[in-house]
Design a protein around this ligand. Structure first.
Ligand SMILES: [Zn+2]
Length: 559
């Protein structure tokens, strides 16, 4: 196999996705695993991954709900394995656990939400919850009041790398900002990455940016084609309790969405035309517009404090100069818990999502721990919580890393790696945005894995997995998963497997362990990640983002 291989490829070789500058000069890329690393990698055993999955997805773990008994048992199990491997605790106070303080917010029916035009104009609109608007109070208070002017800020984006600023320095402190979802449409890869969704297009960014600028509220206008999902999705994911990290920075009293028709009426009442406003927002010349209309909101919330834990362990590096730096592996261990009121099987076992990632993480930790030599940088293993609640455990980890973010070379994440046999492809979406990509390409070649590109870059999957929590604090990060082509099958088979999982088992109680599952592919993904992580932990220079990437600024800031 690939003991102490020396493979030479050109950085410009292979086929990087169109328009992403991979390397500016010809640079020799070699992937060379030292003998000790290769021997340790060879001990990775798919059956070990199986036994972890079997246990973690057992009914007794009650779906590993965040802040619930089953989730805590999973955390203890993982911590116990780390201890057995002889890894150093990297959590709070010399333990393996890093406490993650969480808050569950439920918007109560007493909440009032009205749009009040200027005196003498049309009557106030009292909006109907869920049908016409959804709103959460992010301040984590039981009551908040907002009585503030509404300012339309187009897409609500300030992106210096694209020479784009919707705010134009206008003071929005104390205001409520009306804005569009997504980003200015374009086919030009140099402008908001063309069809690929950037983080600026995500609603999470829009809330965060508005809060940073001192706004008290945001009203997002839902238009189905721009959001890429119907109002039903907004409604369903914004009813009932929503979890947040305990507040640390600026937040909004009103984080809300309204139906397109509501926005149309609101702007018409202010004497404006929504279609024209949307068109104006697509130009660099756009300037914020004060509607004159006010949002009058009385937010009433139920606030529930609870906690969960990330599980962190470290293998100290061997190089005097590099050991303060690290490579980190992540996988979330939480899932959706149990639904006591549901008849029949009501345990969300989460075998694929994400006991598989945890099994891989644990097997990686074990393999690194048996290596006769260690890489120069330290290796951190992090099983994170509350991913299903919105990447919260990893967000907390990104804000409170055991090693400063600027000293973390790379994060490799695993989330839902199907036990479907031997893969012939690997997905590493986001890797092409980092300076590490030529090595990823070389390593994939070495493993005889074809790199499968992201089929729907406009959907923004990159922003919906735990690696993004680390990317946003500057750490080069991506997930490793199998593609669609498996040994002995054609691509159609792989696509059919994927479709069946998505439609029938994804986030369902039927995502369960079966003895006939084949973990060979999980083992292959673990080996591939082991080799990449070892490589990244031995580099003399730190890995960064490609020039001009939206995440480059965060990396520079962290260093
Ligand atoms: Zn999930």
């Amino acid at each position: 196999m690939i003991a102490a291989v020396s493979l030479l490829v050109w950085a410009e070789g292979g086929a990087p996705p169109a328009a992403i500058p991979v390397a500016t000069k010809r640079e020799a890329v070699s992937v060379r695993l030292p003998g000790a690393a290769f021997a340790a990698m060879e001990t990775i055993n798919p059956e070990h991954i199986r036994w972890h999955v079997r246990f973690l997805s057992h009914d007794l773990l009650e779906g590993r709900g965040t802040g619930q008994r089953g989730g805590d048992i999973a955390a203890e199990y993982i911590a116990t394995q780390f201890a057995e491997y002889g890894l150093k605790p990297a959590g709070d106070n010399g333990s393996y656990l890093q406490k993650v303080p969480l808050v569950g917010i439920t918007t109560l029916p007493e909440t009032k939400f009205s749009l009040v035009p200027k005196q003498g104009q049309s009557a106030a609109m009292n909006l109907k919850p869920l049908d016409e608007y959804v709103a959460y109070d992010q301040t984590q208070q039981t009551q908040s009041d907002v009585d503030a002017e509404i300012v339309y800020v187009g897409y609500g984006i300030e992106a210096p790398e694209y020479n784009w600023d919707d705010y134009k320095g206008v003071d929005v402190r104390g205001k409520v900002l009306l804005m569009l979802v997504n980003e200015p449409p374009s086919d030009d890869p140099k402008f908001f990455k063309g069809k690929t969704l950037t983080y600026y297009g995500r609603w999470t960014y829009k809330y965060e940016e508005a809060a940073r600028k001192g706004a008290v509220g945001v009203i997002l206008i839902h238009r189905e084609d721009m959001a890429s999902y119907p109002w039903e999705v907004v409604r369903n994911s914004n009813s009932g309790e929503k979890s947040y990290l305990k507040v640390e920075g600026p937040v909004l009293k009103v984080a809300s969405w309204v139906q397109l028709d509501v926005a149309r009426k609101l702007t018409a009442d202010s004497g404006m035309d929504l279609e024209k406003m949307m068109a104006d927002a697509r130009t660099r010349e756009f300037h914020p517009v004060n509607l004159g209309t006010k949002l009058k909101a009385h937010m009433v919330s139920n606030v529930r404090h609870f906690e969960s834990n990330n599980v962190l362990a470290m293998l100290p590096g061997s190089d005097r100069n590099l050991k303060d730096e690290a490579v980190i592996y992540t996988a979330h261990y939480d899932h959706l818990g149990i639904r006591p009121d549901m008849p029949g099987d009501n345990i969300y076992n989460g075998a694929v999502d994400n006991a598989t990632g945890c099994g891989i993480l644990l097997e990686l930790a074990r393999a690194f721990s048996v290596a006769k030599d260690r890489p120069g940088r330290s290796i951190i293993f992090a099983a994170v919580t509350a991913e299903e609640q919105g990447l919260l455990g990893s967000e907390y980890l990104g804000k409170h890393p055991p090693v400063p973010a600027g000293k973390i070379a790379l994060d490799l994440n695993y989330d839902a790696v199907p036990p479907a046999g031997a893969p012939e492809e690997v997905e590493v979406s986001g890797a092409e945005r980092t300076t590490f990509y030529p090595w990823v390409q070389a390593m994939a070649k070495e493993f005889r894995l074809a790199i499968r590109p992201d089929a729907r870059p406009e959907a923004g999957h990159y922003y919906r997995s735990d690696h993004f929590s680390l990317a946003r604090v500057g750490i080069p990060a991506f997930s490793i998963n199998e593609g669609m082509k498996f040994k002995g099958h054609d691509e159609a088979w792989g696509l059919a497997q994927d479709k069946e999982y998505t439609e029938k088992h994804y986030h369902q109680p039927s995502d369960e362990y079966h003895p006939e599952m084949d973990f060979v592919g999980d083992g292959a993904m673990a080996r591939f990640g082991f080799a990449l992580g070892w490589e990244a932990a031995s580099f003399t220079r730190l890995i960064g983002w490609q020039k001009g990437d939206e995440l480059e600024a965060a990396r520079i800031k962290s260093q």
